[in-house]
Design a binder for this molecule. Sequence first.
Ligand SMILES: [Zn+2]
Length: 295
Amino acid sequence: MVARREAAAAAHPDRRLDLGTTKIMVDGVAENQTAAMLTPYRDETGHDTCNHGLSFIDPERLREYVIALDAAGQQVHMHALGDRAVREALDALQSAREVNGDPVGRHHLAHLQIVAEADVARFADLDAVANLQALWATHEDQLDELTLPFLQDGQEARQYPFGDFARAGVRLAAGSDWPVSSADPIAAIHIAVNRAYPESTQPPLGGAHQRLDLETALAAYTSGSAYVNRRDHDTGSIREGYLANLVVLDPNPFAVAPEDLYRTRVTSTWIEGEPVHTASLEPRTAHHTSHPKES
Ligand SMILES: [Zn+2]
């Protein structure tokens, strides 16, 4: 255990660059039916196909790799969109824990488009972080035309189940997946809280219970991401002794209605107490792309 901790510490000697993470693509993406699913994709007439998507790595090999990376003190970052990929990733983390003991790497699963209800609590049990790309958690053209029609009935309710994670006590981190989609965290936080685009008439994706409250969404993008980046000892919170890595927001997002969160602007950005960016204050509009994933 001591050797693993030392390896983890030695992996990031520089304060802004961390080489202690290995990313594993567990599956593909739902839009082209390469996300690994527990149930078959359907064809355009609604009939089951024999395609369950792709596990890019055989699950047994995945276990071996994750056990070895965990033993070496590496953080494992797993791209997992489909519910089978999520399960295979969690199974690998469970095996690593059985072999190596409690994890030190702050392992995380990213994207999490479809997560079986039975697997939600396993994130908390395994101390696996759910790494959310909240900009995607809304009805939009790619989801409504390329994805949902080809999934089984009931799968709309399992899309990006952020509310389920929060209620199960799962650690949340959040990021943009830039350059696949916008790096703007305000736009993503708006969707995390509303599950819909600004001025959208669509119902909240997956139901209103999958919304996050603003405090939880902001924490995922700040202290949660600092935790997963192993920098929660000096970033991610406003606290005495911490680096002043800050943004100033206007209006105060806690003072506006949830449907107006997108109007919040970053007026200045500070790195270690130094201003590095000051914005001109043009009001935000509701304009958005209907294709949040641009790759
Ligand atoms: Zn990915």
